[in-house]
Design a protein around this ligand. Sequence first.
Ligand code: NAD
Length: 245
Amino acid sequence: MIGKLESRRILITGAASGMGREIARLFSREGADLALLDRDEAGVKAIADELSAKAFGCDVADRPAVGRIVAAAGEALAGLDGVVNAAGILDITPFDDLDPDSWDRMIAVNLTGPFNVVKAALPFLRQAERATIVTIASVSALMPMPGTSGYSASKAGVAMFTKCLGMDLGPNIRANSICPGVIRTEMTRFLWENPEHTARATERVSLKRLGETDDVSRAALFFSTEDSGFTTGTELPVDGGFSWR
Ligand SMILES: NC(=O)c1ccc[n+]([C@@H]2O[C@H](COP(=O)([O-])OP(=O)(O)OC[C@H]3O[C@@H](n4cnc5c(N)ncnc54)[C@H](O)[C@@H]3O)[C@@H](O)[C@H]2O)c1
């Protein structure tokens, strides 16, 4: 059977763990050629070896390094047809106690990181016949939650950034965001390892469970194929019914 991403060359950030890693596995099964980027060099090499992909160790907040590494990734794959921005960090701290350095870092990684990556990938994406950009934002982009002023600001920013890309980069490049609810990854281990926290987190979710990484990878696949060929500049909640609006 021919995969949905056969002959597509895709760069995935945050690929050493969680959603980025699951997206890499699904995209590989669907036939994509992958360049995987993460600041965790050993982790990204491990998944790249598993999938016969190219591994790149890089901090998405380091603009000069991103410029060099994304260019190398584009050269290694002889072009890029798509980017998935999954690298991200979370600090839940009430505003009174939020360290300004933590604010700066969340904005640098979660918002400026995707800017750096897309800017560096653009010359390659422009060469592609039909290119796609997928950003993993968050339900925090859509609604306030206690202790998330920095994280939510970064995610609302990156969702609007991605929407604007949809407007600026059409018609040959589409850009969409995914807004996951609580997904069981390393980032949320503190929550799902605690039954009381899990019960509280699922209470408001209509589908009465936490999300899994494959809930998100399937949405990323949709946005990276012609199945979503008439969709750009959107934010898709993948949250089991949590962020109603
Ligand atoms: N887990 C959730 O419930 C949830 C919900 C909504 C949105 N998100 C977002 O989904 C994305 C993936 O998160 P996850 O849950 O898979 O987390 P994760 O911690 O399992 O994976 C995040 C990956 O990003 C990498 N990374 C972090 N900072 C980086 C940087 N500066 N440069 C390069 N790589 C970096 C990490 O090394 C890690 O491999 C993030 O953007 C996160 O904010 C997560």
